[in-house]
Design a protein around this ligand. Structure first.
Ligand code: AQP
Length: 334
């Protein structure tokens, strides 16, 4: 039986990249009938500077976004990571099997630590070990993520193997990355070589779930493009990172292929293409945003959903942690 686990950080508002790269797949996997757990990973969110006063609400907002996008809390378990202590406990155990050299080579660490990595926090450095624990604590078999998380997932697979080899067991399954769909790497609207990201400085670089139609229109209008017309074939988008990204966004939102987009818009410039992209983005996102706003108006309801999910997740994670402790030989009394 497939067991799906994936998570998002309450670092800020979710954006189109989070949606097209990951959340859309969360919903599809749930609707296929898989056993699904979706977390809000607030312990990850505090590995970078954050607003203490906003953290709880940001956690609710991710849960609201999940539900607004189609996650049904009756079918999938929604939980908040900090409410399940077993995540951090397993992380410590896995940390004893993790090599610092590997963690140092993680792209996300290098990007977020910047030039001054000596001063980066241990939390940021150890982030991928906590992510491995998030996955392995539920013995998840499949992890739907965007392309940027591939490297972290590889580490989770290695840690599962290291544990199994060291303790001569087949306890942890190898979690399979599920990186699929038309937009596994959505790029920034300001720079087609950078991924769209919650933490990028410019809000114009991303389309947030919380943006209204006017804001979406403004951001797409200001999105970086080029003076050329759209080509007839995909080859013509090579070396045109921004154009390629906008075509890809249109295709992913409209549910068609990039080739189909070019069939429709070949020969047209961005003056024609951008308004069409605004229409498709607004049509897709407006119902999700409206539902999210409704949910956010009733925080008690979101809290109740998370609390119910936390209880189920805590029971599952607790069982796995007990078994891990036993395999590792910890004292458990008589
Ligand atoms: N640009 C993207 N394109 C496709 N998928 C993406 N994801 C993130 N950015 C893109 C996927 O969204 C899921 C949730 O990500 P996260 O909350 O763990 O944070 P992240 O991967 O670090 O993404 P952000 O938006 O850039 O957040 P910050 O700026 O806070 O680090 C993941 O499955 C991710 O692959």
């Amino acid at each position: 039986m497939k067991r799906i686990l994936s998570c998002m950080q309450p670092t800020s508002h979710l954006h189109l990249g989070n949606y097209l790269g990951a959340l859309k797949n969360f919903v599809a996997l749930q609707d296929e009938g898989a056993e699904c757990l979706y977390g809000v990973v607030d312990l990850h969110a505090i590995t970078v500077p954050y607003q203490r006063d906003g953290l709880a609400n940001a956690t609710r907002e991710i849960a609201a976004a999940y539900i607004a996008a189609g996650i049904d809390p009756k079918k999938s378990i929604l939980f908040a990571q900090s409410a399940i202590p077993a995540h951090s406990q397993l992380m410590w155990l896995l940390a004893t099997m993790s090599q610092m050299g590997k963690l140092e080579r993680m792209t996300q660490f290098k990007d977020k630590a910047g030039k001054n990595k000596e001063r980066a926090g241990l939390g940021l450095f150890a982030y991928p070990v906590l992510m491995a624990a998030d996955i392995l604590i539920y013995k998840a078999t499949h992890v739907p993520v965007g392309e940027d998380q591939k490297q972290h997932l590889e580490l989770a697979r290695e840690l599962a193997s290291t544990f199994n080899t060291r303790y001569e067991t087949d306890f942890f399954p190898q979690p399979e990355p599920y990186i699929s769909g038309p937009a596994t790497r959505v790029m920034s609207l300001r720079d087609g070589t950078q991924k769209m990201s919650k933490s990028a400085e410019s809000d114009l670089s991303r389309i947030n779930f919380t943006d209204d139609a006017d804001t979406i229109a403004k951001k797409i209008k200001k999105a970086k493009s080029d003076p050329d017309v759209l080509p007839e074939t995909l080859d013509g988008l090579e070396d045109r990172a921004e154009a390629k990204n906008l075509v890809n966004l249109y295709a992913a939102l409209a549910g068609i292929t990039n080739e189909d987009v070019l069939k429709e818009f070949a020969g047209k410039g961005f003056g024609d293409f951008k308004p069409a992209l605004v229409d498709v983005a607004v049509a897709h996102l407006a119902p999700i945003t409206a539902r999210m706003n409704e949910l956010m108006a009733d925080p008690a309801e979101i809290d109740a959903i998370l609390q119910a999910g936390n209880e189920k997740a805590r029971a599952m994670a607790g069982d796995v942690l007990s078994e891990v402790s036993e395999i590792m030989g910890f004292w458990k009394g008589s």
